[in-house]
Design a protein around this ligand. Structure first.
Ligand code: AMP
Length: 623
């Protein structure tokens, strides 16, 4: 294992507390239990050689003095006690003198570049806010965004938030079906998209979105804009760059993030403007953003990471954020790290595994002396990936954990702490996390024993906690046991307080970091006339974490074969988009069911993997 000067990293089996300040690392007698969980030697941090002193150490509020109220007090707030995410992200830095600092450095796929200062981005967002207000959008109405990572996407998100309009992002690789489902559940009033995406993915399903009144198009040159739509460029040109921020309340809905469950339709997780307090705090303690940083979050704003940390948190800290329009490409990414002087990088395990596959040699061809901190989220990060970081990048990868419902990072390997590769880290300041067992009567039991596995639960009270699933109170209520939010993830906690991911408690699939609901895929497959029933699982994949695999039973009169398989694949891709469609389809004579009629995906998965089938007492005979 090599170490590099200036990275502050050494690989060692010993525990250390290099700063001796507010850190909570403890060594317990039970450490033996914890060490059994460790897959690779601990990576020790050397305080003296860390390039920048982490906030967690420099800032005493991270220790015993932490409070959410103290974090909130660092933000500006609106006159009259209101709070607005975009005001904090744009107007506050400008008022504090960072107006001329570069906020957004956009790298176009074809080599174009666009730069926005904090004041420039603020003015553009104001124009957008003014334009949608003039169109008649009012506070609380929903604006969806469906676009590649173009500057207009960022302007639209921030501008809508300033106008008090709720933003709901869609991933641009979704097909028409997931788009229509989400826009109709979210009662979309307005949509920002490109002319090409509109024609291909939205126009065919417009009838399913009767609430949609305004379509604002980013002209991508794909043809004349359809009648009844607006040219976003023209709207922005005609609007005023002076806009008084809507007086949004802290508990007012700001963002609506759709996420997938095991059954039923996707769930719209409601987030409020107060979430900005968590975005700010986690920008400090988990990502360690300092004002001179150049920060690159590779996540797309179509997902929660790309929103919380690809738009909001970096602006709250006055840093320069890099936005790359292009898709993953190892050489391009290394070039960006090197040539754009990225200092803090937030990416995902799938991307890291793909970089590992491309080889460390490539990494070494692009020295990036400014890079000082690398973090990752979204799926389990293999211990080898953490240590590969040290070899290839000169820095370990810091895994952290959170989910759409939590709105921000909850558990993290923070820069000041040693890393146990394979662990997600510890709860951040202000976050109380526990391992629990659900009890039959609806209650829970807190599991104190280190190493014992159970569900990860978080104590209510952090500002970015989701405040509901849109129009689904019962589904929301079921996520809580008293004061504890139950995350649906199975974890272990070791004797030192670090959390280790074990798996999901349900059947949702994580492929390339994207959460996919099996039900949505099964439903799309069953629309095909040949399919009588479909069961969908996540099949482990060394690169993507999991890939979507579908088992289909055919109607009488249809024969399994390559041609039908190709046809079903094409059907699924067309309906669902490449990000969600199955990568594998297998034909089966029948699917296993519980006696109550549910498809036993757990059994399909066990059979696929050659694992024990577990309790099959509820299985319908004949499957
Ligand atoms: P999403 O809501 O799409 O952000 O997905 C959240 C889910 O991704 C979590 O509930 C976990 O199952 C998984 N996840 C996120 N971060 C991690 C991590 N660091 N390690 C393991 N799984 C993770």
């Amino acid at each position: 294992m090599s170490t590099r000067r200036g990275t502050g990293v050494a690989n060692d089996a010993a525990s250390s507390n290099p700063f001796g300040t507010a850190m909570t690392t403890r060594t317990h007698p039970e450490a033996a239990t914890a060490s059994a969980l460790m897959a690779a030697p601990r990576i020790r941090k050397e305080a003296a050689s860390l390039a920048v002193r982490p906030h967690w150490c420099a800032d005493e509020t991270a220790g015993g003095a932490f409070s959410w109220a103290a974090m909130r007090a660092r933000l500006a707030g609106l006159p009259g006690g209101g709070l607005n995410i975009a005001f904090e992200a744009l107007d506050r830095p400008v008022r504090e003198g960072r107006g001329a600092h570069l906020a957004l450095h956009w790298l176009g796929e074809d080599g174009d570049e666009r730069r926005f200062t904090y004041d420039g981005l603020r003015r553009q967002a104001n124009r957008f806010a003014d334009a949608v207000t003039r169109l008649g959008l009012v506070r609380g109405e929903r604006l969806f965004v469906l676009a590649p990572r173009l500057p207009e996407l960022y302007v639209a998100i921030l501008g809508a938030l300033k106008a008090g309009v709720v933003v709901s992002p869609l991933f641009s690789a979704f097909g028409p079906e997931p788009i229509a489902t989400r826009m109709s559940l979210g009662q979309a009033r307005a949509l920002v998209t490109t002319s090409g995406l509109f024609a291909r993915k939205v126009a065919p399903v417009l009838a399913q979105i009767p609430t949609l009144a305004h379509v604002l198009l980013i002209d991508d040159g794909s043809g004349p804009l359809p009648a009844g739509t607006h040219d976003l460029g023209a709207l922005l040109r005609d609007a005023s760059d002076d806009f008084e921020c809507a007086p949004t309340r802290p508990d007012e809905m700001a963002l609506l993030h759709f996420t997938s469950g095991t059954t039923g339709r996707p769930k719209g997780a409601v987030h409020v403007h107060e979430a900005v307090v968590t975005h700010y705090a986690t920008g400090l303690y988990a990502l360690d953003l300092h004002a001179e940083d150049i920060f690159w979050c590779t996540a797309d704003p179509g997902w929660v990471t790309g929103m919380s940390y690809g738009v909001i948190a970096p602006l709250l800290h006055g840093v320069t954020m890099i936005v790359d329009e292009a898709e993953f490409d190892p050489e391009r990414w290394y070039r960006i790290l090197a040539e754009r002087n990225v200092s803090v990088w937030y990416t995902a395990p799938t991307a890291i595994r793909m970089l590992m596959k491309a080889g460390s040699e490539l990494a070494r061809r692009f020295p990036h002396p400014k890079l000082r901190f690398v973090a990752s989220v979204g799926e389990p990060l293999n211990p080898e990936a953490v240590t590969w970081g040290v070899e290839a990048l000169g820095l370990p990868i810091h895994d952290n954990w959170w989910q759409t419902e939590t709105g921000g990072i909850m558990v993290a390997n923070a820069p000041a702490f040693d890393i146990q590769p394979g662990s997600m880290g510890r709860p951040l300041p202000g976050i109380e996390a526990a391992v629990v067992e659900r009890l039959a009567g609806g209650g829970i039991r807190l599991i104190d024993e280190p190493g014992e596995q159970g569900e990860l639960a978080l104590k209510r009270g952090w500002p970015s906690m989701f405040r509901g699933y849109l129009n689904e109170d019962e589904r929301y209520r079921k996520c809580f046991a008293g004061d504890w939010y139950l995350t649906g993830d199975v974890v272990r906690r070791d004797a030192e307080g670090a959390f280790w991911f074990v798996g999901r408690a349900d059947d949702v699939i994580k492929s390339a970091g994207h959460l996919i609901g099996p039900f949505e895929v099964e439903s799309a497959l069953m629309e095909h006339p040949a399919v009588v029933e479909a069961g969908v699982i996540g099949k482990p994949d060394p690169l993507l974490g999991e890939v979507v695999k579908a088992f289909v039973a055919l109607r009488p009169g249809f024969e399994p074969g390559d041609a039908l398989q190709r046809e079903l694949m094409a059907h699924a891709r067309k309906r669902l988009g490449a990000a969600v469609a199955p990568k594998e389809i297998a034909f089966v004579p029948a699917l296993p069911h519980t006696r109550s009629g549910k498809i036993m995906r757990r059994l399909l998965k066990a059979r696929e993997l050659g694992l024990p089938e577990g309790d099959t007492s509820t299985i319908e005979t004949g499957s």
